[in-house]
Write a protein that binds this ligand. Structure first.
Ligand code: SAH
Ligand code: F3S
Length: 473
């Protein structure tokens, strides 16, 4: 971690910073880094969302600095930021000292255009420049000019022990960013650029450091973790470190090496592209009980015509084969997916094919969203020809169907004994603990607080919505 931020004077008073995170887990990680770096500089990081609890009677946020870590994946996420920007503009009329900043994908997508559109905006920091945030805030305070740092090249992952993690036992660990696929609907290759992997040695060291800090469950992050291809150390002494060879390390190899870290109890990862999910990966999952049994594999549509139009590089039959192979190899694997409703050119027959796919594959979870055109993507040149009411209807149908399937899948777990990682006391019932199974299902159970931070064998007795209640066995 670079420490050139040390040349800046600490804030004159303990200025309060609110960071609101939109979008994916990568943004959550970046917000944790941003919060940590600023806290290290003497800023106070507010827990609350400034739009809810932190407003005083005048409507001005209590925060001195408001940062929004933005997402561009769907139009709706951007609209929420624009809405807040309007609100903050009004707040700034009352408190001209308020500093407003943007991070994340919208900065990469719109760049300086945002300064023109929003004169109340003080600073923008690109996804590769989170470490520059303290310096930029200082600059705004000194000059009161709009400042930005948006680097085009390099990797956007910052490993730092100054990170301010939300979880005590769980940590995000980005291993690669960007994407070399060209799914026609997707803006990620534009906002996050081409794939870049962190060197395997750095990932291993950061994972070990986190485990030493008390982390027991890691989630590896990347737009397409399956195409991770991190260079491993070149010199012999370093390659000896847990058997990483002096060559590029594949994702299954990386997983296997991380499983060897003593004290690490569970390892998840997201997201995988079906094209790059291979039997080698399923084998590694199967033989390493530490690896999460929840596998997120976005399908997007059950219609081959749509998959082709989306340039997903596989047919539905190929996807089905992968699921079959994985389920055959890994008992009880829990598979989740992403679906887009109403993509360009989608007919009733295509929509029916997606419904059938959900019924056949019986996912344990699905993120289902209406298609929204993203500027600059290949699909932005195609007609967005499914009327909004039809998109909404299809979206709702898919959600209803999927909810019923998930509920049935969960019911099937009742009566079974599972290992649950005890994470914290229950907020609703402080006498109980809350934990997650290796399939990432939530379980509440009665046990001594001393069990927090370990796996506990629990029988699943009852199901309320998505939460199980169990008894320690
Ligand atoms: N591999 C990435 C995918 C990023 S986008 C990951 O890390 O998850 C996440 C999901 O958003 C996609 O799988 C897709 O289902 C959805 N999505 C992407 N672009 C979209 C768009 N233009 N409209 C609606 N949904 C979209
Ligand atoms: Fe987007 Fe497709 Fe990559 S959904 S992140 S272009 S795999």
């Amino acid at each position: 971690m670079k420490s050139d931020d040390q040349e800046f004077a600490a804030p004159q008073k303990s200025m309060a910073v609110s960071i609101k995170t939109f979008g994916c887990q990568m943004n959550m990680y970046d917000s944790e880094v941003a919060g940590g770096l600023l806290q290290h500089q003497g800023y106070k990081i507010l827990q609350e969302d400034f739009t809810k609890d932190r407003q005083d009677d005048t409507g001005v946020p209590t925060a001195d600095i408001v940062l929004m870590n933005t997402c561009s994946v769907r139009e709706h996420a951007e609209e929420r930021v624009y809405g807040r920007m309007g609100m903050l503009g009004k707040a700034k009329e009352k408190n001209p000292d308020l500093i407003i900043g943007l991070m994340g994908c919208m900065v990469e997508e719109h760049k300086d255009k945002l300064f023109k559109r929003f004169p109340q905006l003080d600073l923008m920091v690109g996804t590769r420049n989170v470490a520059d945030l303290p310096r930029l805030i200082e600059e705004v305070r000194r000059t009161r000019r709009q400042v930005a740092q948006i680097k085009q090249e390099g990797i956007s992952i910052e490993y730092t022990d100054q990170i301010r993690r939300e979880g005590r036992f769980h940590a995000w660990l980005p291993i690669m960013t960007g994407c070399n696929k060209v799914c026609t609907f997707c803006i990620v290759p534009i906002t996050r650029g081409s794939e870049v992997s962190m060197p395997a040695r750095d990932v291993y060291r950061e994972a070990s450091r986190l485990v030493q800090e008390g982390v027991q469950w890691l989630t590896l992050l990347g737009q397409n973790v399956n195409s991770y291809n991190g260079i491993s150390p070149v010199d012999r002494a370093q390659t000896a470190e847990k058997g990483l060879a002096a060559r590029n390390v594949s994702f299954p190899e990386l997983l296997e090496s991380l499983c060897q870290i003593d004290g690490l109890k569970a390892l998840s990862f997201t997201t995988s592209h079906p094209h790059d999910a291979t039997p080698e990966l399923y084998e590694v999952i199967e033989r390493n009980p530490k690896i999460s049994r929840r596998f997120h594999l976005p399908l997007q549509s059950g219609s081959d015509r749509m998959l082709k139009r989306m340039k997903r590089l596989h047919s539905f039959a190929e996807y089905r084969e992968k699921i079959k192979a994985m389920r055959g190899m890994i008992p009880d694997v829990s598979i989740t997916t992403d679906i887009i409703a109403g993509f360009s050119g989608e007919t009733e027959a295509d929509h029916e094919a997606t419904k059938q796919a959900l019924e056949e594959l019986r996912f344990d979870g699905a993120y289902i969203y209406k298609y929204s055109v993203r500027p600059g993507t290949p699909a932005s040149k195609l007609a967005d020809d499914v009327p909004l009411d039809v998109k909404e209807k299809r979206n709702q149908e898919l959600l209803t169907l999927q909810k019923a399937i998930e509920a049935e899948n969960r019911q099937a777990w009742l009566g079974r004994e599972v290992e649950v990682f005890a994470e914290s006391p229950s907020t609703k019932d402080p006498g109980k603990l809350v934990g997650r199974t290796i399939h990432e299902m939530k379980v509440v159970f009665e046990a001594a607080p001393s069990r927090i931070g370990s796996f506990v064998k629990v029988r699943l007795d009852k199901l309320t919505h998505e939460t199980f209640t169990g008894t320690v066995s």
